[in-house]
Design a protein around this ligand. Structure first.
Ligand SMILES: CC(C)(COP(=O)(O)OP(=O)(O)OC[C@H]1O[C@@H](n2cnc3c(N)ncnc32)[C@H](O)[C@@H]1OP(=O)(O)O)[C@@H](O)C(=O)NCCC(=O)NCCS
Length: 181
């Protein structure tokens, strides 16, 4: 199974059961800001919301052998003055972790941000002990900007997170020839 190719596609409301399954894995949700026993109905509502006309949300799933094995998204900041900013989230099911799914999802998000979506800054938070995620983010150009102490309750203990961000590596500029005199 890990040898099969990975494909990305937009998430759809019918993926709600797969989202609930992935986010319910004990090796996944503690590292996110999710809670135990995720609700399929809440995920369906969230995926439907993200597809409403005008929504700037970009949520994708990774498939391998026809099964959803991971998901990721870019969620634009709501303020007008932060139109160039999006928050990133990512998760891969335990059975497929460490086999390139995270890398494929990150590549898909960065290509979309850099080439299509006018996103110049991607932000995220990551628990300080999530070495695999931090290594993946650094490989895609994210840098640590700070540490939030006691940021979130995780299985009965307050845990620290790092704030990380990636700036567009070569932001596009408007350019055209000077008009002839
Ligand atoms: C973090 C996560 C998204 C990474 O996805 P993945 O599919 O497991 O990662 P990949 O296999 O694509 O790549 C991981 C990279 O980290 C490396 N790696 C693996 N374990 C590592 C570790 N403990 N420390 C440092 N690097 C590690 C791998 O060698 C690989 O490097 P490569 O690209 O040079 O081969 C995934 O493990 C996950 O969903 N974890 C649970 C949820 C989570 O933590 N989400 C992120 C919240 S901020």
């Amino acid at each position: 199974m890990p040898d099969l190719p990975i494909t990305l596609r937009r998430a759809r409301p019918a993926d709600a059961a797969d989202y609930a399954r992935l986010m319910g894995e004990p090796e996944v949700y503690p590292n996110l800001m999710q809670l135990p026993l995720p609700s399929e109905e809440q995920w369906r509502a969230r995926l439907e919301e993200g597809l409403r006309p005008g929504s700037l949300d970009f949520s994708v799933v990774a498939e391998r052998g026809g099964a959803v094995v991971g998901s990721a998204g870019l969620h634009p900041a709501p303020q007008l003055r932060r139109r160039h900013v999006a928050m990133l989230g990512i998760s891969v099911g335990l059975a497929h972790q460490g086999s390139g799914v995270g890398r494929a999802l990150m590549q898909g998000l960065c290509d979309y941000a850099d080439g299509w979506a006018q996103i110049l800054r991607i932000e995220l938070t990551v628990f300080t002990d999530n070495a695999r995620a931090i290594a993946l983010y650094e490989r895609f150009g994210f840098r640590t900007e700070g540490r939030h102490r006691g940021y979130a309750l995780r299985d009965g203990a307050y845990a620290d997170v790092l704030s990380m961000a990636r700036l567009h590596p070569s932001p596009p500029r408007l350019a055209w020839p000077e008009p002839a005199a």
